[in-house]
Each structure stands twice: as C-alpha cells, then as structure tokens.
Design a protein around this ligand. Structure first.
Ligand code: ZN
Length: 252
C-alpha cells in the first residue's frame, strides 16, 4: 500500500531527482502525481519523461493544461513560461519521443479514484483551477462546506503548493501541528490532503515536499535539494522570469 504522492513538480528536475531518490530509499509500492508536472521551471521535458517512467498515474494540472491547450488567468511570467515550455516540446527532434510526450500530456486524467478517495489537481468541484487555501477555513466556511460535500471521506489535492491537511471542522493542519508530522485517518472526520509541491513550495520552507499514504495515515516528507542549481538555470534562461528562481530560495 505505501504510495508516494507527489505534486506540482513544475519542471524542477533537481527537486524531482532528489524526491525520487528519497522515495526509493523507503518502502513504497507506487508513486502517483497530482499534476503540474511542467510550467515555471527550466526542465519540462526531462520531468515529463521521469513522471512517465516512474508514476503509476498522473493528473492534469492547470499548467499542464496551459501547455497543451491555453493558459487561463495566468500572470505574465506564468504565461511566458507556458509558451516557452510548449516550444521545448515542439523542438524535440525525435518525432516518436515528441509525440509520446504530447500524448502523455493529453492523457492526464482530471479525476482519479484511488488511495481511499478522490484525487484531483485543484479541488473536487473545479478540479483544474480552484484553490483551497488554509485561510479559507476562517474566511470562506461556506466554500469549504461545499467542497467537502463533493466527496465521501478523503480527497487529495495539490495546486496551492502549501503542505497540510484540511478537516471538515473546517480546520487546517500544517505537518508541524500533527503528531510526528503524520495525519491518522479516522471514521469521524473527512479530510483533504495536500502533499505540497516538489518543485516550488510556497509555505516558506524551500525544501521539496511530498507525502506517503499508508493504510492508516499519511506521512509528510521534506527533502533538501540543490536550489541554487535551479536558480542559476532560470537566471540563464532569458525567457523565464528571474523571480521564478528567486521564489524557490525562500519557498514562496
Ligand atoms: Zn502548481
């Protein structure tokens, strides 16, 4: 059963390599991905290839969608990175590999039932685009109630790049508020699990984030990776905004 859940890789190859090596060092049966394999970062093709090889299944994130179809409500640098990413897919000289990558991107699922619940990139009611923020438990209880109504007991999401667990109280628990950094599933509580982001954490912790789902609990894991190498690649790429590198340093 132990399944590693990774999400929001964002073309960060250094972070993905480090996370995959960490997963390999543990007793984990499968790896699954909640989407946003590409976008923002400098190595989209390498990351797609690794996810294709290593993940049992993967979901469509808004950035994968943007590269495949069109960016929707993206800021200027996110949109520029989506178009740059699309070009990296297009300039691949090996026609079979080029087609394989496009087909894989096009085959990403919107919803997947696994891990004892529903898995989506963003939210159960708007699977590609709706953010579920920790603040929503205070500022948007109706939104949270509507979201919790959309699934039975357990839901897995990425998208915000903020690691933690929402319960239907509603409440939010970052891993630091959980015993041993793990959440124990229980019959009395519905939960939404966010494994955080592999390639662009935004909870002020720059380490790559992922989760391991066990029969009875979900465990959150952080790993340090070579942030400076990715920052240098982004700096050296005139089509990727330098901020996309700088934000990795502080995890914002
Ligand atoms: Zn993302």
């Amino acid at each position: 059963m132990p399944t590693a859940v990774i999400s929001d890789i964002h073309a960060n190859l250094e972070a993905l390599h480090t996370v995959l090596a960490d997963i390999e060092s543990r007793k984990v049966d499968d790896i699954v991905c909640l989407g946003d394999i590409v976008g923002y970062g400098p190595n989209p093709c390498e990351c797609i290839d690794l996810v294709m090889q290593r993940c049992k299944w993967a979901l469509m994130g808004n950035h994968d969608f943007a590269v495949l179809y069109e960016p929707t409500s993206f800021n200027t640098s996110a949109e520029a990175s989506a178009f740059w990413t699309r070009r990296q897919f297009e300039i691949e000289k090996d026609a079979a590999l080029r087609r394989k990558r496009w087909e894989y991107l096009g085959s990403l699922e919107i919803r997947h039932t696994a891990l004892g619940g529903l898995c989506v990139h963003a939210s159960p009611r708007r699977p590609i685009n709706e953010y579920i923020f920790p603040d929503d438990v205070i500022t948007a209880p109706t939104k949270m109630a509507q979201i919790f109504d959309r699934f039975e007991s357990r839901c897995f999401v990425g998208h915000t790049h903020v690691t933690g667990v929402f319960t239907n109280e509603p409440d939010f628990y970052p891993p630091s508020d959980l015993d041993n950094g793990a959440y124990k599933f229980n019959a009395t509580e519905k939960c939404i699990i966010n494994p955080g982001s592999v390639g662009q954490p935004r909870d002020r912790d720059p380490r790559a984030s992922y989760a391991i789902v066990h029969e009875d609990r979900v465990e959150f894991v952080r790993v340090e990776y070579d942030v400076a190498a990715v920052v240098a690649k982004i700096k050296g790429n005139p089509e990727l905004n330098d901020f996309l590198g700088m934000r990795l340093v502080d995890g914002r």
